[in-house]
Write a protein that binds this ligand. Sequence first.
Ligand SMILES: [Zn+2]
Ligand SMILES: [Zn+2]
Length: 416
Amino acid sequence: MNKKYTFFIVDDDPLFIQTLTRILTGHGQAICSGAARAEALHEIVERRPDCIILGVTDSDAKGLEFLRRLRNVSELNGTKIVTVFAHPSDQTLQKARAAGADGSIARSVQGDTLIRYLTEIIEGLIRFTFWGVHGTLPVPGRKTARYGGNTPCVSLRLPGDSLFVFDAGTGIKELSNFLASENRPVTHAAILISHPHWDHIHGLPFFGPLYTRGNSLDIFGPPNGSMSLRELIAGQMNGVYFPINIKEFNAKVSFLDLGEEQFDLNGAAVQSIFLNHPGRCLGYRLDWGETSFCYMTDHELYPPSNSLYDEDYVRKLEAFIADADVLITDAAYLDEEYEGKMGWGHSSVSRATELADRAGVKKLFLFHHDLDQTDDDIDAKLEIARAVLEERGSSTVCIAPKEGETFTVQRKNSQE
Ligand SMILES: [Zn+2]
Ligand SMILES: [Zn+2]
């Protein structure tokens, strides 16, 4: 945390208050007080901390009742409340959220992870990380060492506890390792698959949270022909192509077939759109209040001179990503490469950049790099994109994210 915040810790265990106080003060934070629940309310209202950390046992109806009372105190409208559980289940977390918690953590979470988590909640930070940025095939090696050689996977965490994962290329193994190292229970995640081409699902069998009992994961994506998303995923794990079957997922896993739809998911408004790509492929837009995030990969934008160019389709895409804070999009080819790869379902960097500018996107992230491209080629695409934006007098900022790189966007208005 760069800024200094005031915390009030409420817990019936003095040792817990002591431990947490040590961690927070060790990171330069201020503790205004700690108290057992019975004595806390009056003092909290008087001190109006930035954040209340409230210890709750897992089946503690009185703890949630106390949380509701805190949320109803108008003097505490600007105060964030974080609940701390021993082993929170998905259901417990949902109850805490419904009672007014801004986020929840497990008692075992400590140190830097705890501080990062509290920062996300207090500052309303939406954090997203790239775990694989190449398309089609993993391309490890010296020539891709800077940007990384894994296939598509992006994770996004809302300030509360909601985890979204976009695509399950080989990058998802890195995400899986990171989640294990964080010692922060996953319990619930939504995995949004763009389409079932190998590079978007071949990492899924290696996502550890799928095998943990007590977790609940929803996997969304488009069916293809008569095959449901469940059948598409199960197909690559049918014993011939992979030794572990989807029946061995110990988590509660739901598969949900999607078309072009709008629905609410874990605190976000989600929209999906069909993209110009062989087979069925979906782009996603997530909105929280006025903050928006778009993931739109594997789609081909024809140049206006091409007979297949469809202005209506381009306008539809433009409306879908309009004014987005973040757009992660297919910019597979250098402009000169595109000619020879027309019809393969991917875009050149200039076309992708022009679309982002037309739509008023604030930050454009170049994604799904062609398998034959090196780090230097990606640098070249970034230069081209920036030149296109400059020529158009655009305010869009363009970034070529590296594997493992995390970005944040601040939630503009709170939904609470
Ligand atoms: Zn792909
Ligand atoms: Zn594809």
